[in-house]
Design a protein around this ligand. Structure first.
Ligand code: NAD
Length: 423
């Protein structure tokens, strides 16, 4: 009855293909709500925009930008903006869908959205980066807004880029619209604790999973792929809890020290120029990263990193998905059969959107909380969500990923059913 979407051609391991397979796995647990499940397989709205700018040398360059609102049944769209040369519409669709599931899994009153520009920001000057950001914001301005869709940082975007987005939207609407984006600088209505929130959420869910596995964090060996906003903060918190960060991989290379990397020295170097060449470790081949003897693996870079072949080899007992979509479905099955526990992205990295929600609430009430209050609320919301997901997984004997989808999809489709179809 329903034809597949004509504008993307997903494969089994591509981001949208991975997402569709995750939805198929949850269908048996949705009961009468399964009638509405097709709604999860179709983005509500997908906007493709041309982003032309004048470069510093006078050339005119065009970049392709996207904003996808996957589902708005439970509230305005929420989701980051990614600047990366490999961004595609299909990837942004999958990321927006995972946002729908994530917001519902932690019960935030949001739908899911995501945006991106096909650009390598490392090749742009600061002025060019600002122009790209502002033009993109103007182009997607027709569908974003504090009550419609609220962007946030993702790969290669940060508080400064959010400030430009907020300013551009405000100029275009004649307002000071602090609530149009989250992850802003503190003095523009940003929230304390936001920068570290995603990494903190990875740590909070990881600590709870380790406790249930009987895995002592003291001395536990941790490997982290991606040492940006998410990976570096998670690593720092695990190190503070007594774990040893033995390996880190980023876009510059892979480093390994079985005695543990010195975080205080590695963090400033990685921010300045990446992890390659770090004096306190040996450089190893990128592919060796997946064979290392570790207890906990944190993929915190890009999608599709844990392939079936890598899933067969990796030694970790616990995988904490800081990144979105790092594990392909076939690898998921292999990890489950090997008894490796995976805390899935849709709950593991939900700390960022949770504190983004706090930021948005604070912007609307113009009343700001202190960092302790934010961290305590974050711990409580993520702890409760994980508990409910764990109970669902135990009840149906399913993986944490399918359980998270079950909890989330029940909320999304109940809202869909109660609203009914318009007209
Ligand atoms: P970031 O730009 O701060 O860092 C990305 C890191 O990945 C960098 O260290 C980069 O060197 C590394 N990397 C890029 N390509 C790589 C490759 N091919 N191999 C190895 N490493 C590579 O991005 P981030 O905000 O930390 O996001 C990382 C992941 O977490 C993404 O999947 C993102 O969607 C997800 N995420 C981010 C947030 C957030 O609040 N920032 C929230 C939820 C999920």
């Amino acid at each position: 009855m329903n034809q597949p979407l004509s504008y993307v051609h997903p494969t089994a391991n591509s981001p949208w293909g991975t997402y569709l397979s995750q939805v198929d796995r949850v269908l048996p647990y949705l009961g009468h709500l399964a009638r509405w499940s097709e709604t999860l397989k179709r983005p509500k709205r997908a906007l493709i925009v041309d982003v032309p700018i004048e470069m510093d040398d006078g050339r005119i360059a065009h970049f392709e930008g996207y904003r996808v609102q996957h589902n708005l049944s439970r509230g305005p769209g929420k989701g980051g903006v990614r600047f990366h040369p490999d961004v595609t519409l299909e990837e942004v669709m999958a990321l927006s869908a995972w946002m729908t599931v994530k917001c519902a899994a932690v019960n935030l009153p949001y739908g899911g959205a995501k945006g991106g520009i096909r650009v390598d920001p490392k090749l742009l000057s600061q002025q060019e980066l600002e122009k790209v950001t502002r033009r993109y914001t103007s182009e997607i301005g027709v569908i974003i807004g504090p009550q419609q869709d609220i962007p946030a940082p993702d790969v290669n975007t940060n508080a400064q880029i959010m400030a430009w987005m907020m300013d551009t939207y405000s100029m275009n609407t004649g307002t000071t619209a602090t609530g149009v984006v989250t992850g802003k600088p503190i003095h523009l209505g940003g929230s304390l604790g936001r920068v570290k929130a995603t990494g903190r959420g990875v740590f909070v869910t990881g600590r709870e999973a380790a406790r249930r596995l009987g895995l002592n964090l003291q001395g536990a060996r941790v490997a982290v792929q991606g040492f940006g906003n998410v990976g570096s903060v998670a690593a720092e918190l695990f190190a503070e809890a007594g774990a040893k960060i033995v390996a880190v991989q980023d876009h510059t290379g892979t480093i390994y020290n079985p005695n543990g990397l010195n975080m205080a020295q590695l963090l400033p170097q990685s921010r300045a120029k990446g992890v390659a060449g770090f004096a306190g470790a040996e450089a190893i081949a990128d592919e060796e990263f997946w064979d290392l003897p570790v207890d906990i693996l944190i993929p915190a870079a890009l999608e599709g990193q844990i392939t079936a072949a890598r899933a067969q080899r990796l030694k970790a007992r616990l995988v904490l998905e800081g990144a979105n979509g790092p594990t392909v479905p076939e690898a998921d099955d292999i990890l489950a059969s090997r008894g490796v526990l995976v805390v899935p992205d849709v709950i593991c990295n939900a700390g960022g959107v949770t504190v983004s929600y706090f930021e948005w609430v604070q912007d609307f009430s113009s009343f700001f909380w202190d960092e302790d209050e934010i961290n305590q609320r974050l711990d409580r919301i993520m702890g409760n969500a994980l508990q409910q997901i764990w109970d669902t997984a135990d009840r149906h004997k399913i993986t944490l990923r399918t359980a998270t989808f079950a909890v989330a999809c029940e909320r999304i489709l109940t809202a869909r059913q109660e609203r009914g179809l318009y007209p």
